[in-house]
Design a protein around this ligand. Structure first.
Ligand code: 13P
Length: 246
């Protein structure tokens, strides 16, 4: 299983800022792990052109479940693929919250990604209130069952555990809390998919150069989905190096 360092630029970045990509590429020319950046849709094709096939994959942050049609403002998985993307994030908690995305809708988006030949990165994660209420494992189990489509395989699907309260806050769960959720996710995937359960499990939420090595040493953590610290090429390169060293 090749580990994955994925950056989610969210609604940040510009053509003028693509030098960060060059900095990242220059800092990790021989990375063993897979490196992925998911920029805003406007930057996907410019990034693909800039990388020229060298070492860094580019992905979308969302896709529509349909292949084409009257859906103003949306982007089909096939269009992401056409722009040169190889991956797409679906079900990020910011989209679940801002756009009321349901597990069923997210599963349809992931299935659309697979239809288009993209690898989906399906996000799950509890809110702080859910954690405080002792509901974390139930929430994760429900989101996994509902958001991961039956067509998911180790090749076309990555799962990202992103506790909502850890995103952009500088707070992270304890090592035991991360390990507990990742073990539960692995067990649920094995129970549902059997041999096809070798999907990579990423942790996301305030991953930084200073905490990456500790997180990557945990069992069943196969990489990270990184927000803020992926915006600077030099910072993200340190996270890539920590993943390679784990
Ligand atoms: P931060 O790394 O900024 O906490 O964001 C995590 C995230 O939401 C990645 O998808």
């Amino acid at each position: 299983m090749r580990k994955l360092a994925a950056g989610n630029w969210k609604m940040n970045g510009s053509l003028a800022g693509l030098g960060e990509l060059d900095a990242l590429a220059a800092a990790c020319p021989d990375a063993a792990c897979e490196i992925l950046i998911c920029p805003p849709a406007t930057l996907i094709h410019p990034m693909v052109a800039r990388i020229k096939g060298g070492g860094i994959a580019v992905g979308g942050q969302d896709c529509h479940a349909a292949g084409a049609g009257a859906h103003t403002g949306d982007i089909a998985a096939e269009q992401l693929r056409d722009a040169g993307a190889t991956h797409v994030i679906v079900g990020h908690s910011e989209r679940r919250a801002d756009h009321a995305e349901t597990d069923t809708a997210i599963a349809a988006k992931a299935a659309a990604a697979h239809r288009a030949g993209l690898c989906s990165i399906v996000c799950v994660g509890e809110t702080e209130a859910q954690r405080d209420a002792g509901e974390t494992l139930d929430v994760i189990a429900r989101q996994l069952a509902g958001s991961v489509p039956d067509c998911a395989t180790a090749d076309n699907t990555v799962i990202a555990y992103e506790p909502v309260w850890a995103i952009g806050t500088g707070r992270t769960p304890s090592d035991n809390q991360i390990a507990e959720v990742h073990a539960a996710m692995r067990a649920a995937l094995v129970a549902r998919f059997g041999d096809g359960a070798g999907m990579r499990l990423l942790y996301g939420g305030s991953v930084k150069p200073s905490n990456a090595a500790t997180i990557f040493a945990l069992p069943d953590v196969d990489g990270a989905l990184v927000g803020g610290a992926s915006l600077k090429g030099a910072d993200f390169a340190q996270i890539v190096a920590a993943l390679d060293a784990a």
